[in-house]
Design a protein around this ligand. Structure first.
Ligand SMILES: [Zn+2]
Length: 85
């Protein structure tokens, strides 16, 4: 069982959350090419190591928050997101 720490509710079973995807800058819609937009929507980097992600606490406070997670160990640090995506 993986435990994820919500910044508002504390440690909870990961089944209470929904994965929101990798956190990355959204390209400007007016200037981006179709290929760049498609890459933003569908191509995931999936690195081995630390990634910035968004998670949603669907069975708790119903808030989005940011997580830096090590994909090798699942160790993580969660914090209240600024401008969450
Ligand atoms: Zn919560």
């Amino acid at each position: 069982m993986m435990v994820l720490s919500c910044p508002w509710c504390g440690p909870r079973n990961v089944t209470e959350f929904r994965y929101g995807g990798e956190r990355r800058a959204r390209p400007e819609v007016e200037t981006v090419s179709a290929q760049q937009w498609r890459r933003f929507l569908y191509a995931k980097s999936n690195p081995l190591g630390t990634v910035a992600e968004s998670w949603y606490h669907r069975a708790g406070c119903r808030r989005y928050f940011a997580v830096e997670r090590d994909t090798a160990t699942n160790s993580h640090h969660a914090h209240r997101a600024q401008g969450a995506t």
